[in-house]
Design a protein around this ligand. Structure first.
Ligand code: AHG
Ligand code: MN
Ligand code: MN
Length: 334
């Protein structure tokens, strides 16, 4: 019988709370409700193949992309659970143009940014998808929340994480004291500590990028992709190409195994595709806490002050030496 102690996410957060004053009681209640949202979305994702919730909802989101039904459902679940938490003043979401104000949360301290369902084009083909969250503290508790409270640089995040609905469901998060992963035990419906203090290898041998866009990448990025595919036994090249098209799935694998994920600028999309608030900042906080790096090619991602809720930035994220390599090649080309 496995003798490892069973530590649930709730227990872990309670223990952290006593060690780190930053993780106060209010944040814990948000985490409790994030977990509940994760379990509810997990339930819906798992039965998506059985009931008619697959397919397009018939609406497009604010960025003109098709929304799947599960996107809408997941968005609603997060909103409902944050309304109930009582500690969240508002939520901004990839799926909504406007700010969602939590009723009765006027005096609450925290702001949540979410990508309620990431990788949704993979729902129909039964590949891993996930939810991403990022938490900020409002700037001034005694004044009404303004756009500036929401448009804070990523370095001001108090917590960030994701839930991956993969072969198993996992909740991975950081509050700035390392990265911890919890796997959902279906039989007791609890997230249990399975990956304490995750560190990303300094160097990996996986590169993840949509190579279909290769010809549109800046020359330095093209040179790096070429380098990844080159032969060098000592450097373990060629690296392996792995790209699911679901940021969470690609990121999660690279976090555990070592690797780099890239969404470079292209001619058509000079700022790449991924959103700063909902995708890039939370993943950057996690990767840095795990010892890795995240960069736009011009700046550390978490130092970019957002100007718009739905702003996009190019991203190079993963094992620190791999991110340095691509940045070097981009600089040489500049
Ligand atoms: P979302 O499903 O939230 O819209 O995000 C999709 C994102 C991300 O998950 C993924 O890495 C990327 O889009 C893939 O884009 P390409 O298909 O352009 O490679
Ligand atoms: Mn996404
Ligand atoms: Mn999404």
């Amino acid at each position: 019988m496995n003798q490892n102690p069973l530590i649930t996410l709730n227990q872990f957060i309670a223990d952290e709370q006593s060690k780190f004053p930053k993780v106060n009681g209010n944040l814990s209640s948000i985490f409790r409700n994030l977990q509940l949202a994760a379990k509810m979305i997990n339930r819906d994702v798992r039965k998506a193949g059985l009931v008619d919730i697959l397919g397009n909802f018939g609406e497009t989101n604010v960025q003109g992309e098709e929304q799947k039904k599960l996107d809408v459902i997941s968005n609603e679940i997060f909103m409902r659970l944050m309304d109930l938490s009582g500690n969240c003043v508002c939520v901004v979401s990839e799926e909504d143009e406007d700010i969602h104000w939590c009723p009765g949360g006027e005096n609450a301290k925290y702001i949540l940014a979410i990508d309620p369902l990431d990788g949704s084009s993979n729902i129909d083909v039964n590949a891993s998808i996930g939810s991403i969250f990022s938490i900020y503290k409002r700037l001034s508790p005694d004044k009404p929340v303004t756009k500036e409270d929401i448009l804070q640089a990523g370095i001001h995040q108090v917590a960030a994480g994701y839930i991956i609905y993969g072969t198993a469901t996992m909740f991975v998060y950081t509050t700035g004291n390392g990265v911890f992963g919890f796997t959902l035990d279906d039989s007791i419906q609890e997230f249990c500590l399975s990956h304490p203090n995750i560190m990303i290898p300094e160097m990996g041998s996986i590169f993840s990028v949509n190579e279909g866009n290769l010809k549109e990448f800046p020359a330095g990025v093209q040179a790096y992709v070429d380098y990844c595919k080159g032969n060098d036994k000592a450097e373990k090249r060629p690296y392996s190409a792995r790209y699911i098209g679901s940021l969470i799935a690609d990121f999660h694998r690279n976090l555990l195994k070592g690797g780099i994920y890239m969404y470079p600028p292209t001619e058509k999309a000079p700022n790449g595709k991924l959103r700063l608030l909902y995708e890039c900042n939370p993943m950057s906080f996690l990767v840095e806490q795990a010892g890795g790096k995240s960069h736009t090619g011009k700046h550390r991602v978490m130092e970019v002050t957002p100007e718009q809720f739905h702003q996009r930035v190019p991203i190079f994220i993963g094992s620190s030496r791999m991110v340095d390599q691509v940045l070097d090649m981009m600089n040489k080309d500049a």
